[in-house]
Design a protein around this ligand. Structure first.
Ligand SMILES: [Fe+2]
Length: 375
């Protein structure tokens, strides 16, 4: 049985965090963090730990969004040369991805191309503090880095942080657009995981809990209240646990090029796709490719709607669309037919294999058309 991820709360001035370092005898901690770390209350606390001699960390921030392999190599070298005993990642998806790769590569021979080496799991303690309630990266075995400009997907169970701190105060300064877009990312993870051909009872339980928490706490979270922020971190983590089992589906496969072409956030782009895809799939379960069959799919969409608090499958899809529209995010304008063509051709059909409904290039083109027609 896989060990459960340990969740720490920041209560009593991070008492559990102090205890974590002392109990595990961790001193030489590699702190992988983005530039926003300096703004957090957590930074003051870490400074206090340093001045009291509890930890003697080494900081690593030499990486950019969509981190490249070279940055990871620098991080691995710093970890080794500083004789670090553990990893502490504070950030969004990029900091998590870098820290995950450092963990996986730290015990590989020096000077080799880590991407070509076999991963041998190690016991390096890994603590993560997500600074957005969206990616759920702290709950997944996946990391994405770039090697010579090419996207590399790294995946191994052993890179999932054993311990996570949910610190709602880090969400306090999140810009409004990022707040909405990251929540939508978590929402799409939970929904796509639910309908994925790889879904299991366990993944569906995570998805259901995540969707309920998102729906029940959305207003508080969007109002930047402490309780809403804390709950949304849990929801994103549960949605991450769901996609860790199932991976994402067509919504994510279709959204990457939208982000690339128009520079909108990943979660915003994913929600644009899911909001159109959901209704299309409910209306076209005859195109089922899930081995459990069309009847199963009809029942699954009904169950998904129930989780959304809706009486039937189409009402579930419509509710998502209404919530998304209510966030009032501006839909980008494609630059004519050329863009639609480019978008449709960009979707790797192989990556659609987790989707329960068959989608060909023509259908995908029609879906993109629908996404951008809606104002
Ligand atoms: Fe995502």
């Amino acid at each position: 049985m896989k060990p459960q991820q340990i969740i720490l709360s920041p209560d009593n001035n991070y008492a559990l965090l102090t205890d974590y370092f002392l109990r595990n005898g961790l001193r030489k901690v590699l702190i992988v963090c983005g530039s926003s770390f300096k703004n957090f209350r957590l930074r003051e606390f870490v400074d206090g730990l340093i001045s009291r001699g509890v930890i003697s960390p080494v900081f690593f921030s030499d990486f950019r969004p969509n981190p490249d392999y070279e940055s990871v190599v620098k991080g691995v070298e710093l970890f080794r040369n500083s004789n670090c005993d553990s990893l502490f990642a504070i950030g969004g998806g990029s900091a998590m991805d870098v820290a995950k790769c450092i963990k996986l590569y730290a015990n590989m021979p020096e000077g080799v191309n880590y991407l070509r080496e076999r991963i041998v799991p190690n016991e390096i303690p890994f603590l993560a503090v997500p600074t957005t309630a969206g990616t759920g990266s702290e709950a997944t075995k996946f990391a994405v880095i770039y090697y010579k400009g090419e996207k590399q997907s790294v995946s191994d169970d052993s890179c999932i942080p054993q311990t996570v701190l949910f610190d709602a105060s880090v969400l306090h300064f999140l810009p409004d657009y990022q707040r909405k877009a990251t929540m939508l990312d978590a929402f799409c993870h939970a929904v796509e995981s639910f309908w994925s051909v790889n879904s299991t009872d366990e993944s569906k339980t995570y998805s259901k809990s995540a969707i309920s928490l998102i729906l029940n706490n959305m207003d508080s979270y969007l109002a930047n209240e402490e309780s809403g922020n804390a709950t949304m971190l849990k929801a994103a983590n549960l949605a991450g646990k769901a996609i860790n089992i199932t991976q994402t589906t067509a919504g994510h496969a279709m959204c990457y090029k939208i982000t690339k072409l128009y520079g909108i956030s990943h979660g915003h782009a994913a929600a644009l796709c899911v909001s159109v895809l959901w209704r299309f799939m409910v209306e076209n379960t005859a195109l089922c490719v899930d081995p459990r069959g069309e009847k199963y799919l009809d029942g699954m969409f009904h169950d998904l709607a129930s989780v959304m608090g809706c009486p039937d499958a189409l009402a579930g899809a419509d509710k998502f669309l209404r919530i998304f529209a209510g966030l009032q995010l501006q839909t980008p304008e494609p630059d004519g037919e050329g863009d639609l063509e480019l978008l449709s051709k960009s979707v790797n059909l192989d990556r659609l294999k987790n989707n329960p409904i068959r989608l060909d290039e023509q259908t995908i083109n029609a879906l993109y058309r629908k996404i951008f027609d809606r104002k």
